[in-house]
Every structure is written in structure tokens, then in C-alpha cells.
Write a new protein. Structure first.
Lengths: 321, 321
């Protein structure tokens, strides 16, 4: 059994190479560029962890892990275009550096390359792996589309936001674990549990992300506080407050969102606190973390095999004390 | 055995349905929209023809034909963004109608949906089919990138242009036929011949396309003549003329391309004629058409099985008389 950190090291070593042909470098250099910006590699390592939960790591798991990481980077390239983001991990985004047209194509080529890696695996699991990969890939696109739709929607309900977040960020984590579990020979019920573990963990992580953007310690999380508030982003905090505040506070919040005064962040934070959105959000996060861990309980393998996933859950999501 | 027209009817009947889920309609309606603009459906019908050259049509061929048509439409959506094209088949392009971000995502979802159809086929040919599909998909992206690169390149050689055109437009026709041949149980050498038939035919068609844009009959081809000349597009005619004209004529051509006078089209056409680019282009087209038909000769099946492909070749490419 390996810890997350050990598996990360093993994966990085295999992944740290050129994944594209040398020719037509005007297409493939931009694709390779974003891979060089690194990243946490949580998803590909989750493929390996999903495998190792049930059996020793099958060489095919590395192909799938690579495919998952390429898919993730494909979605980053295209999302950055849509979000008009100038920077990613402190470096120029692909479209900023190489132009939008090339970024669209480099993303396309990255997605196709992901399938190239999937096709390398032995035939016995190929169909099942591709089906889960395709289903997840479409869900991630749906999540991104809903996220864009919500920017133009005034009222987004908690359920709608939860669904969007699940599609946009959680299903890929969940599927990564299940893809590994399939290769590890897990039976269907265990595949389901490990998928649900990942899905709930992903949601908990996103709730924490929303919370930290408002109430985090800027020096600890390495970015300015209140970015979501300034951009009027729908977040768990915002949606809870809009749904539960008194009519007077709701009006005040909407006024702040329209008028953007210089003390907008402080005032919105105060409204969040007044409506107890902060403690509610922390409880919600704990609820999803617990739900994730509960799914692990239901998997019939030795407790020691689960230890790395339990540690991963606690390192990604800090429990509220 | 069926003619192209008969197979087109069979394919259209199966293809004429919604290919995407009903929910997240803001993503999938735009994807479905472009499919409703129809098109010649040459590529998916070629899958069926490639199959029927060797055996009765296998139900899996329809899944592959659908995947090929979805892939083609994915590339159209993304290419139209890059080319800033307002219209496609006389209707608004996806990005014009739904915005660029949605068009990027709808293309992505279309590509993933293509793989969904491929995964439906029986496992015995799945790996081989996916490998050819992936290889071709990447080549199409490379072709589009090279086409964009050439817009910024002053000197593009004949070989470079031929390579770009082959990647951008011919390999998908070639692969469609081979994908069908694989499903039809063709052996490797026959798969190769049918691929090369499609590749050469695609090149001949593109040469004809370049020729007609300059020397065609506007009322017959249904568009204005000289669009490529006005846009200074590198075409077979232009490249031949730039490579073979006397220094004086080369200078004159470059001047016309820079200064864009009102009689640019006539004057460039005259230069093409002076350098015999028109007859050279027609000979080149015939050469590739002959090369395509020669590949068919080398396939060891009854001549009657080849008849529909021979007719397709002659209907796509008119021989110079």
C-alpha cells in the first residue's frame, strides 16, 4: 500500500514526458505547455488509489491515470478561454500565450490524446472504462455550461448549485476512483461505494473552497479573500444567505451586489454571519465529509487498505472544530 | 449492394433523431442544431460503403458512421469559431447563434458523443476502430492548425500545402472507408487500399474545389467566384503560380495580393492562365483521381462490389475533358 504522496511521486515520474508528437509543434507545444504547469494531480493519483484499494496496481492504471489528467487539462484549457482567465497557476493560460484558436485546437487534441491512452489498456475492461469515462466527460461539460448559465440567472437554488458543482468538479474525482477500482477488479457494489466516496468528498472540498474564499486566511490560502463576493458569484454562502435572510437583509445584499461599494466585501461577510451562513456551510461540509467516509466503511476490504483514502479525505477537507 | 444515394437514405433515416440528452438543453440544443443543418453526409455513407465493399452491412457500421458524422460536425463547430464564420449552409453558425463559449463546449460534447457511439460496437473490433479514429482525429486537428499557420506564412510549398489538405480534409474520408472495411472483415492489405482510395479521392476533390473557386461557373457551383483570390488564400493554383511564374509575374502577383485593386480577381486569373496553372491543376486532379481508382483495382473483390465507389469517385470529381 502506498500513501497519496508516494503514489504522486510514482505518477509524476511516469507522466513527466512529452505526450504529443514532435511534428506540428504549433499545435502540440501549447498542449504540452499546460502539462508543464504541474498541478496537484489529485485525479490521476485517485485512479491509482482506487486500484490499490482492491489489488496491487495494474500497469493499465497508469494509462487511465494519464488519460484522466489529460482530460482534466483539456477542460482547463477550454474553461480558461470561456472564463477569459489570463493566468493559471501563476503562468499565462494557453490562449493568452498562443491565441484562442490554437487553444481550442490544443484542447481538442488533448481530449483525443486522453482516448489514445485509454485504448492502450487490455481489452477486458476497455468497454466499461470507456463508458464511465464518456459519461463523466459529458457531465463535466454539462457542469461548465450550467456554471455559465448561472452567471446570467438571478435566482439559483441550493439544489441547482449543488448539482452544478457535482457535475463540474466532483464527478471526475469520483470517476477517477471508480476507474481505478474497475482495473483493481472491484465488484459493482464496491465500485459504487468508492464512486460515492469521491463524489461526496469532492462536494465537501468545494464547500470548503467557497467558505475559504470568504472566511479564509489570505496568507494561508495564498490568494486574496472575497474574490467570489466581488464577482457576485453564486456560492454555498451566497445561496444560503439569499434563501434564508430576512427580506430586509436580502434587499441589502442585492443592493450591495448591484452597487459594488468599496466596503462590499466586509458588508457581505457581515450579512453572511448575520444569517449564520458561515456555520451552516461548515456543518454542510462536515456532513459531506462524513457521508464520504461512510461510503468507505461499506467497502468490504481490510481497514488498512482504506487508510490512504481516509488520509486523503482529511488532508483535502479540514473538519470544523 | 447499394448505391451512394440508397445508403444515404438509409443513414439519414437512422441519423435523424436527437443524439443528446434532453437535460442541460443549453448545452445540447446547440449541438443538435448543427446536425439539423444537414450536409452531404459523404463521410458516414463512406463508412457503410467501406463495409459493403467486403460484406453485408454490419449493424455496428451505423454506430461508426454516426460517430464519424458527429466528429465531422464537432470539427465544423470549432473551425467556424476559429474562422469567425457567420454562416454555415446558409444558416447561423453555432457560435453566432449561441455564443462562443457554448460553441466550444457543444463541440466538446459532440466529440465525446462520437466516442459514445464507438463504444457501442462489439468488442472484437473496438480497439482497432478506436486506434484509427484517434489517429485520424488528431490528424484533422493538425491539418486545421497548419491551415491557420499558413495564413501567417508567406511561402508555402506545394508539398506543405498538399500535406495540410490531406490532413485537414482527406484523411477523414479515407478513415471512414477503412473503418467500414474493418467492420466488413477486410484484411489489412485491402484496408490499406480502400484508405488510399479515399485519401487520393479527397485530394482530387480538394484540387477541384480550388479550381472551381477560381474558374468555376458561379451559377453552377452556387457561390461567387474568386473568394480564395480575394482572401489571398494559398490554393493549388496560387502555389503553382508563385512557384513557377517568371520573376516579373511573381512580382505582379504579390503586388496584386498586397494592393487589392478592384480588378484583382480578373488580373490574378490571367496570371494563373499565363502560368498554365489552370491546366496543370486539372491534370493534377486527374492524376489523383486515377491514383484513387488504381487502388480500387488492387482490391480482390468482385468488380460489381466496387461499382458504387467508382460512381462516387466520378460524382465527386469530374474528369477534365
Amino acid at each position: 500500500m502506498h500513501s497519496f504522496t508516494q503514489l504522486l511521486g510514482i505518477f509524476e515520474e511516469k507522466f513527466d514526458k512529452r505526450h504529443f508528437p514532435a511534428h506540428t509543434s504549433s499545435l502540440y507545444d501549447p498542449a504540452q505547455y499546460i502539462l508543464g504547469l504541474k498541478g496537484k494531480r489529485v485525479r490521476p493519483v485517485c485512479v491509482l488509489m482506487g486500484n490499490e484499494l482492491f489489488d496491487e496496481i495494474n500497469p493499465d492504471a497508469y494509462h487511465i491515470a494519464t488519460a484522466v489528467e489529460l482530460f482534466h487539462n483539456f477542460s482547463l484549457i477550454h474553461d480558461d478561454i470561456m472564463d477569459k482567465a489570463p493566468l493559471r497557476r501563476g503562468m499565462e493560460t494557453v490562449h493568452t500565450k498562443y491565441g484562442e484558436s490554437t487553444a481550442i485546437l490544443a484542447g481538442d487534441a488533448m481530449l483525443i490524446q486522453a482516448y489514445e491512452y485509454l485504448v492502450k489498456i487490455k481489452p477486458d475492461h476497455l468497454k466499461k472504462i470507456l463508458q464511465l469515462f464518456n459519461k463523466t466527460a459529458k457531465e463535466v461539460c454539462e457542469g461548465q455550461q450550467l456554471d455559465m448559465d448561472f452567471e446570467k440567472t438571478e435566482a439559483v437554488s441550493f439544489d441547482e448549485y449543488l448539482n452544478m458543482i457535482t457535475l463540474k468538479t466532483s464527478v471526475l474525482l469520483a470517476a477517477s476512483l471508480q476507474l481505478g477500482a474497475i482495473i483493481g477488479g472491484a465488484r459493482e457494489s464496491n465500485q459504487h461505494h468508492v464512486y460515492e466516496f469521491g463524489k461526496n468528498l469532492g462536494i465537501a472540498f468545494q464547500i470548503q473552497d467557497d467558505y475559504l474564499d470568504a472566511f479564509g486566511n489570505a496568507s494561508l490560502i495564498g490568494k486574496q479573500i472575497g474574490g467570489d463576493i466581488l464577482a457576485n458569484k453564486k456560492t454555498f454562502l451566497m445561496i444560503h444567505t439569499l434563501e434564508n435572510a430576512s427580506p430586509i437583509r436580502q434587499k441589502e445584499l442585492k443592493k450591495l451586489m448591484t452597487e459594488n461599494p468599496s466596503d462590499k466585501i466586509e458588508k457581505v461577510l457581515q450579512l453572511f454571519r448575520d444569517c449564520k451562513a458561515d456555520s451552516w456551510t461548515n456543518q454542510l461540509k462536515d456532513k459531506y465529509l462524513e457521508a464520504a467516509l461512510k461510503q468507505l466503511d461499506d467497502i468490504a476490504v481490510l481497514q488498512s487498505r482504506k487508510q490512504p483514502l481516509i488520509e486523503l479525505a482529511h488532508s483535502l477537507v479540514k473538519r470544523d472544530k
